[in-house]
Write a protein that binds this ligand. Structure first.
Ligand SMILES: [Zn+2]
Ligand SMILES: [Zn+2]
Length: 395
């Protein structure tokens, strides 16, 4: 982009910051839970129409919205998808902000109010300039927190109905300075799976363990053995977490329970490691139970897959971020996080990248005193504009 053009974008964004801040605070005051984002979706759609979008599609995966914006040469050419999430969390807000949640027990504690507002800001700017060739798809997805709205949008035909070559996502990052970006090629967020192991025997009197099989002892052996899957069977440069977080047995100190239930979570950064974890956890639990004379039944429920950035699109996104924030304010080799994100499903379908936008110091996401940092708005809006202009360069 020429310096003159870049200066023009700066001025355009500067003029928009106040308005975007207003949208952000409106959304913050009116949070909606996963798959209930009907007011938010209507607000988004109404704004996109007012900006002069070519098409606005509502009701994708219940409350999802896709805005279609053609470049200066009309339809045709490449297609780029840019995605924001819209849902809030079941948390009682304690920020004390002027624009605090008006809904008891519901708050935007993950900054999705900010993500939605940023994308609307870029949408308004680009609808004015149409400073690109091809088509930009603005994806506003429901239910990132619970229910995998991103996956549901794909099932609802997101990529068949809208021809996208690449797809990009963004999340605010508490602890990352405002004005900085972080990204990495490969896995940037983990898979999140749930595990339940039921260990059964006949149960019996605690004074006569030899007459039964002690399900608690079997459970203890299983818990210890599962940790060896991480420490001894996973490449030290790979990553896996198994946390057994729930353990229930009998209600009395003198009864060996007929059933012990273990529950936990499994996180990985790699599809192969994940497959292996599922298979080995099952083998180890059942093998130990059998060896000790009990049985083990497993439910392994897969949640979000790892969020894996594609190398080429990651380098591309990092360049766009550098144009916005300056070379040294973009870390393109950041550490992955063992949290999970449902943009992962979109990156399984299309090449693309997910970037972290600095939110400054302060509480982390999902805390009742967390708030999206409005100082990050100019950086986020400019990033989206820059990314689309670079991905769909005008002749
Ligand atoms: Zn969240
Ligand atoms: Zn989030």
């Amino acid at each position: 982009m020429s310096e003159a053009a870049s200066g023009k974008t700066d001025n355009l964004v500067e003029g928009l910051v106040e308005e975007v801040t207003g949208w952000r605070r409106h959304l913050h005051a009116n949070p909606e839970l996963s798959f209930q984002e009907s007011e938010t979706a209507a607000y988004v759609a109404q704004n996109l129409r007012a900006f002069g979008f070519d098409e606005v599609h509502e009701g994708i995966a219940k409350t999802g919205v896709v805005g279609v914006l053609h470049g200066r040469n009309g339809p045709g050419g490449r297609g780029i998808g840019v995605r924001a999430d819209m849902d809030a969390l079941p948390i009682e807000e304690i920020t004390g902000a002027q624009y605090t949640s008006t809904r008891q027990g519901v708050m935007h504690a993950c900054g999705h109010d900010g993500h939605t507002a940023l994308l609307l800001g870029a949408a308004k700017a680009l609808a004015q300039t149409r400073s690109f060739d091809g088509t930009a798809y603005f994806i506003f997805q429901p239910a990132e927190e619970f229910g995998g709205g991103g996956e549901k949008m794909i099932e609802d035909g997101l990529f068949e109905r809208f021809e996208m070559d690449e797809v990009y996502g963004l999340h605010n990052g508490p602890g990352v300075d405002v004005g900085k970006f972080e990204i990495r090629p490969g896995a940037i967020m983990a898979s999140a799976d749930e595990l339940v192991i039921r260990i059964a025997s006949g149960g019996g009197h605690a004074a006569m363990p030899h007459q039964t099989v002690d399900t608690v002892l079997v459970g203890a052996h299983i818990i210890v053995a599962l940790q060896a899957l991480v420490s001894r069977e996973t490449d030290a440069l790979g990553s896996a977490v198994i946390s057994i977080t729930q353990l229930s047995g009998s209600q009395a100190s003198n009864i060996i329970p007929a059933e012990v239930v273990l529950g936990g979570t499994v996180r990985t950064l790699d599809a192969g490691v994940r497959d292996r974890m599922e298979a080995r956890i099952t083998q180890v639990a059942q093998g130990i139970a059998t060896a000790m004379g009990a049985t083990a039944t497993l439910t392994y429920e897969r949640g979000y897959p790892p969020t894996v950035n594609h190398a080429k699109q990651t380098a591309f996104a990092a360049e766009a971020a550098r144009a916005v924030a300056g070379h040294y304010n973009v870390n393109d080799q950041c550490q992955p996080v063992m949290g999970a994100e449902d943009f992962a499903y979109m990156l399984e379908e299309k090449p693309g990248a997910y970037i972290v936008l600095g939110n400054g110091d302060g509480p982390v996401c999902h805390m009742p005193d967390y708030d999206f940092n409005d100082d990050a708005i100019p950086f986020g809006v400019r990033y989206w504009i820059e990314l689309i202009e670079r991905a769909l360069p005008a002749e």
